[in-house]
Design a protein around this ligand. Structure first.
Ligand code: ZN
Length: 338
């Protein structure tokens, strides 16, 4: 009960890439870069194991960004043709690459790193992939008739990738869908269908991560506009509860999401964020334990997985290590009293 995990992305060490950035530049190239990625991944596995985290990840040390790290290897995308796009319903504008033809995956994207990581730990291993809707909110469409069509094309590619990751020994595949609480109608109309396409035929545990984002300024300003209670999840939880996804990851620490909304996910495992990623202050184990207990008023401990609110990629490295230790220690404290 109360098995712990993290959302997935973790800060890159200084020898690998620029620090405290969402789009850092690599510090190395070629073979040296590949070895540094592996070193960083192993170091993060050891931090999680030492802290007592049950379901570990390599923290996306092999990719610069959680969406483009996957898209870089696909065909049908013109990386030179940049289109300005208001990402997450115009929360911020980024010049994004453009889909100019049918998308396809000439070879596996993450298989080598998954095999490498699998060989480094005996713990259950989580692997993250971008969700189809979030991909479509991070890339411009100049080919498909609708966004839903494009999402389904990406979902098919993600499915092939996910099946290979499962065969490589990955225990849990999580699709990151921060776009899910921005385009609530699309989630119901085609977002869940696209997720189903992505998990088709998988027998490993599947999860979707939805969230209010990293602690970057654009997100913090957006949150100020959301009012006293953040009820966006209320609109999509019934559809997620009815879906075939096993687990849902959502934020709860330092958040205005009413905890009672979790009752709408009564048939799912819940990865509940009990450490915030929007501030550098490290929660104490007591604070983590208190958040877990308040969630337990709504969710039985058997389906509760204490987790981070979101990815920790832009945080200082040591802060993320300390937050992971507090997360594990706080969960252990509550587990003893069950
Ligand atoms: Zn997130």
């Amino acid at each position: 009960m109360l098995e712990t995990t993290t959302v997935g992305s973790l800060p890159k060490p200084h020898y690998l890439a620029e620090t405290e950035k969402l789009w850092p530049a690599w510090r190395l190239a070629g073979e040296a870069l590949e070895r540094a990625k592996e070193r960083a991944a192993v170091e993060w596995l050891r931090h999680q194991e030492a802290a007592g985290i049950h379901i570990v990840t390599a923290g996306e040390q092999h990719r610069i960004h959680f969406v483009h790290g996957f898209l870089e290897s696909l065909e049908g995308i013109d990386w030179e043709k940049k289109t300005p796009m208001g990402i997450r319903d115009n929360r911020y504008t980024v010049d994004v690459p453009t889909v100019t033809g049918p998308v396809s995956r000439p070879q596996a994207v993450h298989l080598n790193e998954a095999r490498f990581t699998r060989a480094q730990t005996d713990r259950r291993l989580k692997f993250t992939l971008p969700g189809p809707m979030t991909i479509c909110d991070t890339i411009a469409n100049a080919y498909y008739t609708t966004r839903a069509d494009m999402a389904m094309a990406f979902a098919e590619i993600l499915n092939t990738e996910a099946r290979e990751l499962e065969a490589a020994g990955i225990d849990l595949i999580q699709f990151d869908e921060p776009a899910f609480n921005v385009f609530m109608n699309d989630v119901k109309e085609w977002g869940v269908d696209a997720l189903h396409r992505a998990i088709d035929g998988l027998s490993c545990t599947t999860a979707v991560h939805i969230c209010y984002g990293y602690g970057i300024d654009e997100n913090l300003r957006w949150k100020e506009t959301l009012g006293r209670e953040w009820r966006q999840y209320e609109e999509i939880f019934p559809a997620l509860n009815a879906s075939r996804i096993d687990q849902v990851s959502l934020e709860c620490a330092d958040s205005r999401v009413p905890l009672s909304l979790m009752k709408l996910l009564k048939d799912k495992g819940l990865m509940v964020g009990v450490v915030a990623v929007t501030r550098h202050r490290v929660e104490t184990p007591d604070e983590v334990a208190a958040t877990i207990r308040s969630v337990m008023a709504h969710v039985a401990p058997e389906r509760l997985y204490p987790c981070t609110n979101c990815g920790m990629a832009p945080l200082p490295y040591e802060v993320a290590v300390e937050k992971i230790r507090s997360l594990a220690a706080g969960a252990a404290q509550v587990r003893k009293t069950l």
